[in-house]
Design a protein around this ligand. Structure first.
Ligand code: MN
Ligand code: MN
Length: 430
């Protein structure tokens, strides 16, 4: 049930009409970003109408919408349909749900769908893939030019990776674990007893998961006599090999982890492991409003091109007003509901609602906040194409300035500036 349906003060019929009114005139892009709609409309409805000067200048009547409408999307996206009065101007879309992705289904074995710059045009630095592997199904041995970072959402998997010195890692990972394979490092993923689902992130927005270097596809395009010369396998064996890519396919249950490690790791393991336990690490920061865990090349050494923060906001929690000076931010919403406003300068700002399974994107140095608008925890990942995590917050900035200077800008008494905590909050206590 969405917040719209829960509003007590309006009848269903009136509600329907007003929602439809809001949608008229929105283009496809606007509807795609519609995650923003619901919490704002609800918030506006719950505020006392026209009680201050600003709102007297703006009609608080919901827009009417007598024409055709995609009601479920409108209900999910109140901040797009009735944006906060502080929104203004034309700001590029910064949300794309994986649910809009074209799924590549390998029947009985799993599926994969992606969000790239082709879906979300501002997402130039990072592309993402959401993948499911049924029990013992394998994402085929392959590599690609960009680096791959991953977060295990559900279940368990066995990963393999081999570096340029033949050092090999075979590891079993569970929910909340990460992996990172540098560009060009060949790897595989296999679901274990219960299968798995995970998020992949690539440090190139133009990447396509469906154009990688797969072992079957490669050897299928190599003359058999060359393979025979290279590996000394009998021609009859080479002739029976798969000639087309498998991509995601069913496979036998693997040996025990210890046995696979014994057979594979004969030249040792990579000096910087390809995996990292993100969710089970001690939070980097905890407040009454939530907690954050940061992994970058300072603690996850192999991850030289991707930095991440896993943020959990309690209901009502706020990821404080801030920006990132070093990189664009690519977001994945793991659970819950929230809204985000991005200010792009020149009087322009846009608010969009987000929910589990959505991708968000904020360009380098654009200020933003994320607020939990649901009644459960909001959990999301912030990803950056960088070797390190970096942000500057509003509170951190103004608390390290001469207070009278800030007070003169904001037309407030300087005591309020002096009271701002000097320590960066990350998540505002609630
Ligand atoms: Mn890969
Ligand atoms: Mn951010």
């Amino acid at each position: 049930m969405n917040e719209h349906d829960e509003r007590p003060e309006r009848s269903d019929a009136a509600d329907k009409v007003s929602r439809r009114g809001m949608v008229a005139g929105l283009g496809t892009a606007a509807i795609f970003t519609a995650g923003a709609f619901s919490s704002l409309a609800a918030a506006q409805q719950s505020q006392s109408p026209a009680s201050d000067t600003e709102s007297q200048n703006t009609s608080n009547k919901p827009p009417t919408d007598p024409g055709p409408e995609n009601e479920p999307l409108i209900g999910e996206n109140p901040s797009s349909w009735t944006p906060p009065h502080t929104d203004s101007g034309d700001v590029n879309n910064f949300r794309y749900p994986f649910a809009f992705g074209h799924n590549r289904v390998s029947h009985g074995a799993g599926w994969a769908r992606q969000v790239t710059v082709r879906d979300l045009p501002i997402s130039k630095t990072i592309a993402g893939v959401n993948m499911r592997l049924e029990p013992y199904a394998v994402r085929e041995l392959h590599w690609h030019i960009p680096a791959e970072w991953a977060y295990m959402l559900v279940g368990t998997a066995r990963i393999t990776g081999v570096d340029h010195e033949g050092r090999s890692q075979v590891s079993d990972l569970g929910p909340g674990d990460l992996w990172y394979f540098p560009g060009g490092v060949p790897h595989s993923i296999q679901g274990l007893e219960d299968g798995c689902e995970f998020l992949l992130v690539f440090d190139d927005g133009n990447f396509s998961e469906f154009d990688t270097f797969l072992i079957t596809d490669w050897l299928g395009h190599t003359p058999a006599d060359v393979i025979e010369k290279n590996l000394s396998w009998p021609r009859s064996v080479i002739d029976q090999m798969h000639k087309k890519e498998l991509y995601i396919f069913g496979a036998p249950k693997p040996y025990s982890l210890q046995e696979d490690q014994r057979l594979a790791q004969t030249s040792g393991t990579p000096p910087d492991p390809f995996d990292f336990k993100l969710k089970s690490m001690k939070p980097t920061k905890t407040t009454k409003g939530g907690e954050v865990r940061i992994a970058d090349s300072s603690n996850f050494k192999v991850s030289k091109t991707i930095a991440t923060a896993l943020v959990k906001l309690n209901p009502g929690g706020l990821r404080e007003l801030h920006w990132h000076p070093n990189a664009d931010e690519w977001q994945y919403y793991v659970s819950g509901k929230g809204r985000m406003t991005v200010f792009t300068g020149g009087g322009k700002a846009r608010t969009i609602d987000f929910q589990a399974g959505d991708v968000g994107y904020i360009q380098q140095s654009l200020p933003h906040y994320i607020e939990n608008t649901g009644d459960s925890d909001l959990e999301f990942l912030e990803m950056f194409k960088s070797d390190h995590y970096e942000d500057i917050s509003l509170g951190q900035w103004i608390s390290h300035l001469p207070p009278e200077l800030v007070a003169a800008h904001l037309k407030i008494d300087e005591k309020y500036v002096r009271d701002v905590p000097k320590e960066k909050m990350v998540i505002t206590p609630v």
